[in-house]
Write a protein that binds this ligand. Structure first.
Ligand code: ADP
Length: 534
């Protein structure tokens, strides 16, 4: 194992917030200095016998004025310097235009003009920069998302150090050295935070937020920070992670944390970490899920009401078999001598029928139970077979036959068994309704399962009923959409919410549109990639 570096061992208290750049000197003092300097230059230029272009030094006065006055003021200063230069010339030389002094005067005027141009350009560039910095600050401060402006350069060098020590698997390293993560948290320098961050943490002001980063950390926050270190180590440019943080009062807030990193070659001196408070969204999502599951439960129970004939048959059949076998057993025992072998066979049949009845009751209890979905690896074909069994009797009472066409080897998917059965039962019952008034062709529902790819399964329920009115197609899965007098229009909408909660897709089509004759088909596509979306 690698030897812990200084970073592993501890970096002490978090460094203070970055100091603001030093303020330039007081403007009045600087103005006075500039005026005094101009006076001094004028004095030497006029009175000094030295044959040099002293007036060139006015360039310093102009440069000093760049951040003391605006554009107009700067031009006035330059004009003033040019006039002083010419005044000195006239005082010193009158109207005798000797080559030497005249040339020096022109050189000075040219220097003043060039410096003025450069100073004006510099002033404009500074203005643009200040404006853009101001605009950035305004966006930063007023953004609805909490933003931390942080210096990660110490972390960057700690990670670089790890790489130099030959560490390639950062995850294993961090798992073995949890202290490294803690030290990296201490290395974060908070440069600034915006108002949304102060609000998110319920703090009074920025100082309270920036005082101690660690005090807002929960174990989940440490975990997300660790993930961020991995992302940085692996050279990723962006990072997003669902996590949690605690406020000043210790209240837990669910968050979505994201950051964008500069290329590895650049310094991580200014990284923006944004944090979106998802507590309310998560709460609403949980409430919605609970409501959906309650609705699905009610709909399941009411579907069971539609299946009373099937249920009675399913339970009665084994009960009747138990009675028949019991009676036969008694008859075998009454014989002289008793036929013990036959009697035993009868008792064995009774036991297995009893088990069958027990299994039926269990299935019914499962369907009517109200509990959170259990997302487990599911034998899809077995679940479909069970569901079909429950509706079978009902279907045959309506002259409908159910055909199962199930592909033997399906990819293993994770899904709640009861919810899948609810979907299949709903679709079969709908198919039965759609074939109620059909005459002149066999009433048949086919339930098909197919492996669409190594990671996806399609389940289809196809009927030979009336088909779907094209005008109804776009609203088919809307809640309370029904074309049946006794319908409520919730079945398909519940099916869709269950399928979509698992990251799947459900859709309907008329068989005629695909050269398949009468009726409609409902398809569900579930994939291992999107499964367990809840
Ligand atoms: P309900 O059965 O209470 O009407 P659903 O949401 O299950 O509610 O179905 C909504 C509508 O979709 C039905 O009223 C019907 O018009 C249409 N529909 C559903 N299944 C089929 C089908 N197999 N064939 C034709 N139309 C169908």
């Amino acid at each position: 194992m690698a030897v812990p570096s200084a970073a592993d061992r501890g970096a002490g208290a978090p460094p203070p917030i970055r100091a603001l750049p030093p303020q330039p000197g007081r403007p009045t003092l600087r103005k006075a200095v500039a005026i005094a300097l101009a006076g001094a230059i004028f004095f030497f230029d006029t009175l000094s016998p030295a044959g040099i272009a002293v007036a060139v030094l006015y360039a310093i006065v102009i440069m000093m004025s760049v951040d003391l006055c605006d554009r107009r003021g700067l031009m006035l200063v330059s004009l003033g310097c040019a006039l002083l230069t010419m005044l000195s010339f006239f005082i010193g030389h009158g109207l005798s235009f000797n080559d030497g002094p005249l040339l020096r005067c022109f050189v000075s005027l040219a220097a003043i003009a060039i410096t003025t141009l450069l100073a004006l350009r510099n002033q404009r560039a500074t203005e643009i920069l200040t404006e853009s910095e101001w605009r950035y600050r305004r966006i930063f401060q007023t953004a609805g998302v909490a933003i931390w402006e942080e210096d990660f350069s110490a972390i960057q060098s700690a990670l670089r150090n790890l790489r130099q020590r030959g560490i390639a698997d950062i995850r294993s390293y961090l798992a073995a050295n949890p202290q490294f993560v803690q030290n990296c948290i201490s290395m974060v320098q908070i440069l600034d935070v915006n108002d949304a961050a102060v609000r998110l943490l319920g703090a009074r002001d920025k100082i309270e937020v920036t005082a101690s980063l660690k005090s807002f950390f929960l174990p989940e926050t440490v975990e997300s920070f660790q993930e961020m270190l991995c992302a940085m180590f692996e050279g990723k440019r962006s990072f997003a992670y669902e996590s949690a943080i605690q406020t000043v009062t210790g209240e837990r807030r669910a968050i979505l944390m994201s950051a964008t990193f500069p290329p590895e070659t650049e310094s991580y001196r200014n990284v923006l970490v944004s944090v979106l408070d998802t507590t309310e969204r998560d709460r609403a999502q949980r409430a919605l899920q609970q409501a959906q599951s309650a609705l699905a439960h009610v709909s399941r129970v009411s579907t069971l009401g539609e299946l009373t004939a099937s249920i009675a048959h399913e339970v009665n059949q084994p009960l009747a078999a138990i009675v028949t076998n019991g009676e036969a057993c008694l008859r075998w025992l009454d014989r002289e001598p008793p036929e013990l072998g036959e009697a035993r066979a009868c008792v064995q049949r009774s036991v297995s029928e009893g088990r069958r009845a027990g299994a039926v009751v269990q299935r019914l209890r499962d369907l009517s139970r109200r509990s959170d979905p259990r997302i487990v690896p599911l034998d899809i074909n077995a679940a479909i077979e069970e569901a079909a069994l429950l509706v079978d009797r009902e279907a045959s009472d309506h002259g409908v036959s159910i055909k199962l066409d199930l592909e033997a080897r399906l990819p293993e998917l994770r899904f709640d068994r009861i919810e899948l059965q609810q979907i299949v039962i709903n679709l079969i019952i709908n198919a039965m309704h759609a074939m109620e008034k059909v005459a002149g062709r066999p009433k048949e529902v086919t339930v098909e399962s197919r492996a669409e790819s190594p990671a996806a399964v399609r389940i289809s329920v196809c009927d030979r009923g009336t088909g779907i009115d094209p005008a109804a197609m776009p609203r088919l899965f809307d809640a309370f959409f029904t074309t049946r007098q006794e319908g409520i229009g919730l079945g398909l909408s519940i099916c869709r919410s269950i399928v979509e909660a698992h990251g799947g897709r459900i859709w309907a089509e008329n068989n005629a549109d695909h050269g398949g004759g009468h009726g409609a088909s409902f398809h569900i596509l579930l994939s291992t990639a999107a499964e367990g979306g809840r």
